[in-house]
Design a protein around this ligand. Structure first.
Ligand code: FAD
Length: 490
């Protein structure tokens, strides 16, 4: 008889886990608290405007494609995406603008012409980024850090010799200051710390691995929007016989004689051979694992930043805006001090505007745009969010008005807001953090929960709050690492 797996949560990692386990021949059931799949990777439709509710930047598409291939399907038949020519449009208050061309030579030339930074500096920086990726990705992204074999394989041994060059002993900001003369470029490359909710002035320079993904490999856009990552994989899981139960919050993971043997949903015990938790790890220990031993050190790690998002239907076309746009703060250091030290929102925040209707015209009515307008904010520590949000909204609109030379307020015909409190209530993310733990110290990678429980047999973990970390690609990889552990253990 097939062994049975239960998965708690249908975030992107839960869906990927269901596909991988089904492909390995397990009978899989997923219990999801919401009425829809995808967790943070969901969508919102209001009065003719469609918004991707959470993630907007898509990197490493092969992680999605691999799931179709595993199931014997051609990814192109189910999920289409395109590579962006320009990863992001950058704007500063002094009128300077920069396009981050995906063609590195073109980007380097643009940087030299517009900011006076020698083109070679960009090329060298991206080569360093590739070097870090080549040495660390096989170790930190593709394997469990909690298995002895990971540390004794030849790839790991090779990386030990290069430790000094991997940026472990410096910060992202210090490294970028060494590489670039122009503070605007330091700021641009410091922004990559926000891709996993960290502070560039504290996070190790090792995180300079991230620009490699966007520049050397590429930034992509799913032709039907980010939400199609969820929906195409959800359909694939269904086609493999995975059973999804929505509106079904798991109340407890049942542990008997040190083994996970099932879950309790709506008061009923559902038994299985093993259980996979995709719920945020911290909140899982507080609720569905509250009777079990608590990994205190891991639970108490500082969380990543959160976000404040205004989903705005805008009744005007702005031809100077692209899919990804950044309007930079004039004082980045102070902005991050507010987020990570003071727990407040700076009065001049960096504003990110994501507009999918630029590529997918039916996401907004004719001559209108769907603006996903986001700033990075502290995670939820019980602040007075209502007044902070009202103040931030005012400052964001003033900033947009100054930089785009417009009067935005009358153009906003539709508005919805997502903040750290609602991120937590909708997806169970501890403190509304976007990426689980922050990476603000050099040990952060080692202080994420493993993809298995060392105390409870047959209990596994996947998702952005456990190893290897947050973001779509890493969440997808967590499902891969977890499945390999299941296969080697069961
Ligand atoms: P989650 O999406 O956290 O979902 C967990 C699921 O578990 C939810 O559906 C929840 O309802 C369910 N659940 C919780 N408790 C229970 C329970 N007791 N019983 C049953 N079900 C339960 N990443 C990128 O790569 N690029 C980006 O541009 C990007 N931008 C982001 C912007 C925002 C605003 C946010 C919020 C996130 C962003 N991320 C981005 C991060 C990315 O969305 C996450 O890292 C990733 O989606 C996490 O997936 P996950 O599988 O861990 O599950």
């Amino acid at each position: 008889m097939e062994e049975k797996a239960l998965i708690i949560g249908s975030g992107i990692a839960g869906i990927a886990a269901s596909i991988r386990l089904a492909c390995k021949g397990y009978q899989v059931e997923v219990f999801e608290a919401n009425s829809y799949p995808g967790g943070k990777l969901s969508e919102l439709v209001i009065n003719g405007y469609r918004f991707d509710a959470g993630p907007s930047l898509f990197t490493l598409p092969e992680q999605v494609e691999e799931l179709f291939k595993l199931a014997g399907q051609n990814p192109d038949d189910h999920f289409e995406y395109l590579k962006l020519d320009v990863a992001c449009h950058y704007f500063w208050e002094d009128g300077k603008k920069l396009k981050a061309w995906s063609d590195i030579n073109r980007f380097s030339d643009e940087v030299e012409t517009k900011l006076g930074e020698p083109a070679g500096h960009i090329r060298e920086s991206l080569m360093r980024s590739a070097f870090i990726y080549d040495h660390l990705a096989p170790l930190f992204m593709h394997r469990s850090l909690h298995k002895f074999g990971t540390w004794t394989n030849p790839q790991a041994l090779k990386s030990y010799l290069k430790m000094g060059k991997l940026g472990i002993f410096s910060t992202m900001n210090k490294s970028n200051e060494r590489q670039f003369n122009n503070p605007k470029l330091v700021q641009l490359f410091n922004r990559y710390a926000t891709y996993n909710g960290s502070n560039p002035y504290e996070t190790p320079a090792t995180l300079n691995i991230i620009p490699h993904l966007e520049f050397n490999i590429g930034a992509f856009f799913p032709k039907k929007g980010m939400h199609d990552i969820t929906m195409s994989l959800y359909k694939l899981a269904n086609s493999l016989g995975v059973k999804y139960h929505f509106n079904s919050p798991v109340e407890e993971i049942v542990v008997e004689n040190g083994r996970a043997v099932g879950v309790i949903v709506q008061g009923q015990k559902v038994r299985a051979d093993f259980v996979v938790n995709n719920m945020d790890m911290v909140n899982a220990y507080k609720t569905i694992l509250k009777k079990q031993k608590q990994p205190k050190l891991l639970l108490n790690q500082p969380k990543s930043s959160s976000a404040l998002i205004f989903y705005w239907g805008i009744t005007q076309n702005f031809p100077e805006l692209d899919l990804h746009n950044i309007l930079f703060s004039e004082d980045y250091k102070t902005e991050f001090d507010h987020i990570f030290k003071k727990g407040t929102i700076y009065s001049d925040p960096t504003v990110y505007i994501n507009i999918t209707s630029v590529y997918k015209s039916d996401d907004a009515p004719a001559d209108c745009m769907n603006w996903f307008t986001m700033i990075n904010v502290p995670n939820n520590q019980g602040q007075d969010w209502d007044s902070m949000i009202a103040e931030a909204r005012k400052n964001i609109i003033l900033k947009i008005n100054r930089i785009l030379k417009t009067d935005l307020e009358p153009l906003i015909e539709v508005e919805e807001i997502l903040d750290p409190r609602t991120i937590e209530s909708k997806t169970s993310s501890a403190q509304g953090a976007l990426y689980g733990n922050s990476s603000n110290n050099k040990f952060a990678a080692f202080l994420r929960h493993a993809n298995f429980s060392s105390d409870i047999k047959n209990l596994y973990f996947c998702g952005g709050s456990v190893h290897p970390g947050g973001g779509i690609p890493l969440s997808l990889l967590s499902a891969k690492i977890m499945t390999e552990l299941v296969v080697s253990n069961q």
